[in-house]
Structures are given as structure tokens and as C-alpha cells.
Design a protein around this ligand. Sequence first.
Ligand SMILES: [Zn+2]
Length: 574
Amino acid sequence: MTQLTFDRYLRYDDLTRVLQAWASTRPDLLRLSSLGKSFTGREIWLVTVTRFATGPDQDKPALWVDANIHSAEVVSSMAALRLIQDLLEQDGQVPEVTRCLDTRVFYVCPRVNPDGAEWALADIPKLVRSSIRPWPWVDPPLDGLETQDMDGDGRILTMRIADTNGPWKISPQEPRLLVRRDPAETGGQYYRLLPEGQFHNFDGLTLPIQVRKESLDLNRNFPARWRGEHEEPGAGAFPGSEPEVRAVMDFIASHGNICGGIALHSYSGLLLRPFSYEADDKMPAEDRWTYSTIGAKGEALTGYPAVAAYHDFRYHPQEVTTGAMDDWVYEELGRFAWTVEFWSPQRQAGVTDKRYIDWYREHDHEDDQKMLAWSDTALHGNGYIDWYPYEHPQLGPVELGGWNPLFSFWNPPPERLAQEISGVPKWLLWHNLISPCLAWRDVEVEALTADVWRIRAVVQNAGWLPTDITRLARQKKMTRGVILELSTNAAITMVSGNARVQCGQLDGWNLKASSPNVWGGRPADPTDDRCKGEWLIAAPAGSTVTLCAHHERAGRISRTVELRTAPAAPDGNQ
Ligand SMILES: [Zn+2]
């Protein structure tokens, strides 16, 4: 089997070859298909992982995992591949993996945005937020600075321009670093900083920055309180307007067996959950409690704190983000969803008091010194580049330097990749195993006369989550209950009742208190996880009937019983 060692980042052709090799060596566990085509026509790969011998994927509860919707967040793609490889390698070795592949399915889209990732991984990288489709205008902007690698060294750094009115000065503690000029300070050596690049229609007097021609953000294009360009820049023309997002939406919306959705991103070293756009008190309390248990397990397995995006991860205290994948999957589809942000350069550098996005606005200079020391040692000096002179064709003598973020801030350097992505697949496995899952509890056949039979079948939810997953889905009646069916044939006649029995939702045990000492009384666990079907049929002894139980999320199981007087053997749980 093609085995990745996770010490380098894969470009599209390599990624494709690995997926094809896995599909051809493990057809029992993995199937490769395409969700559709990217803007430039690349296939958006979808990997289905389950043990096909125990039933088709659509008949099992599933976890959706996607990655790399944002171009430069290439660590996320590698983590998706790590999940797949771990599953293939650990099947038959790790009991939870074996059980998960027997009873559940993973749908993994390792690179939602192959065009943008290909630009990020090019020898001379071109870094855009997301899709490379020009937006909101097809023609390039007229004026201002276009970010690009000016000196051809494969890096896009920062330009440092001496300016008597600049806001920065050299740090008294560390000459490679800059600090803010004091509010009433004047007369020193100050600098202005701009991205490495060149100006269109340069007038010699002003230094405006261009809005990128490719300014879409595919993770603002989902129909979760979607807002247009004037309120949410990069959101696209309408929800699902972009081919990559549309392909993901089509697949998720047409697979009711998906019980959870995880979008892999970088960076910050966090597990983010909905809502992005409103406070936790708008979420059913039961869902917050369940999220809290799932998040605590995630923290334990990954080391990443679990937080709500609205409360702890906002770009501006008075702004919210809309149109994100996880909010869509939770609020509109009623399944638990997360955004995983891999990698925290601050944590790596020993900066512990980190307030995520707020840290970027305000932090102690000591933190910058720690980050620099970390770049010097752990990154072998490749993160923060000391300033060096450069003769700019328009600005004259300037300096280039500062952070080269692609493999320092945004992604781990290749030699740290394997370590950084090792924990999340364990959480994803666990997340899949908590889904509802139908299992037979009892099937009884009783002969009432020589050819009239009473059949009773009890099916249970053997999973931790209820069959409708979230309280929100229950409130909005997003999915119907369990259906129990007895399939009849010419030899069988219904004496009474219907062949199809509609049951309700089956609970799991996710909302049980942490101990049985319940406030105001004794614990009570009625069998809300079971449902029963009963049929009276006329059929000759020795014939067989097939029972089937199914639920859009919790799977489809069937069982064939022979009509005879001895009781049928009970079946095991899943
Ligand atoms: Zn992202």
C-alpha cells in the first residue's frame, strides 16, 4: 500500500496518484469518486471509507470531513489524508477502527479547492484566500499594490520603507523586530510596511493597496445566514454560486446518513463550533451540552481548545461571519459540525496567554521575541527573515524581510507536519462512533395457528446520539422517525396491521447527567432508545420473511427469519 510519511505537502497530481493507489489496493474499504469539477476543471475528489462487505455506504451513519477550502491551509489536506491512511492501516488492528468501518462510513473530501491549493504550493507561490475565480470583477483592479514575489526567491515577504511618518520603529530589545511608534513620539527613524509587490499606475506620491482580483472566500458561500458582497466580502453572487461549494452542498444535502460535518482548516490550534453569528443562548441548551462533551473529547485527543466561534473567534468584536460550512450543517441540516483550525505557532513558541484573533491586535513585545527565537531555532530561521536591502523598481531602495507565513504561521513546516496532524484523526474516529446506529434487539416469531404467525421485532438505537442528532433538528422536525418494515411476498398475507410501521425518533444517552444523582428525584431510563413493530401474517410454515429497519441518519438493517415454532435467536448489538 502506498504509505505517506507526512514530511512534505502534496500537490494535486501527487494527491490524485495517492488516492488512486489506495482505491486500487483497498477496494474493500475505499472508493474514489468525484464531487464535481473546480473552477479550472480539476476533479474534487471524494473518498468513501467503510467496509463495503458489511453493507453499502448509504445504509450506514456517516461523518463528513472536508479540507483545504482555503487555498494556503494545506496542512488540512494532509490531515484528511492522514485520517484515511490511519483507517486503512489500523483496520483489524485497533478495535474501534474495525468497529467503525463495520458500522459507519467516512466521506472525506481532502481538497475542496484544488485550484487555490495548487497556487499556494507552486514553486513561486501565489497566495489567495480561496477560489482563483476572479471576483467581484473579471478584469484586474486598475490601481495600487499587487502582492507578488519581487526578487524571485519564492517568498512573498514584507517591504520596509523608511518614512518620517511611518508607524513602526526598530525594537530597542531586538534589532530585527519592529515595535509601534509611541503616540507623541517624533524625530526618530520610522518605517512603513507593505506586502512585497509592485504598484499599478504608480503616481510616486501615494501607496494604495489593491483589492485582490481573486477575492472570493468559499467558506462564506454556504447558505448559513448568507449575506452579499456589501456585507460579507468574498461571499459570492448567491449561496452555492461557486462550483466547489455547490459540489459539497449537493453531496451533503443528498446524503441524509451524514450525522456530523467537520471542515479542516488552519491556523490557531482550535476546535471551533457554531454559531459564528450569534450567541450561545440562541442554541438549544441540549445541543450546547452535547457540543461541550464532544469538544471536551476533542481537546483531550488533539490538545486544541474547543470554543464557540461567536464568543472566542471573531475578527472584530462588532462583526460576525456568515456563510460558513459548519453553521450550514448545524443550523440548516441539524447535525453537529465543527471547524478544526490546525497549528498554533504561538503555542509552539511558548506564548501561552493567547487570545486567538485578539492577540494579533495587542500583545506584549515579549511574545514577538519568543516567536522570533522559535523561528531561529525550531524553524531554522526560515519563519522570520532578517531585513535585507532590495532595489525596488518603483520605490527605489527598500528592505525585504519579516515573517514568511506559509510554513510558519499558516502551516507547520514539513518536518513538524506528521506530529501536528496525528491527534485529529482519533477525534474524527470517535466523532463517527457517537452517531446513532440501528441494531436489532429482539425478533420473535410465534405460531398462533398452523399458518398464522405473530411477529414482533424490537429495534434499538445503539449510538450515543439520538436518531435525529440535534435538539434543533427535533424542534424543526428535520428528519422522520424509524421505519420498521416487513417485506411480503405472494406466499404471505397480512392478517392485520400494515407492513410498514412508522416509529418516532430513538434517543441515545448523550443527555444523561454525569452521575445518577438527579436533581429532584431518582434517575429514570425508559426505553426511549427502542421501538417495536408487530405483525400478524398468514403464511405456510417454513417460509421466510424479511424485516427491515431504517432511518435516514441511523442506517438500514435487515433480518430474515424463518416461520417456525422455535424462537429466533437474539441478535447482538452493534
Ligand atoms: Zn480557513
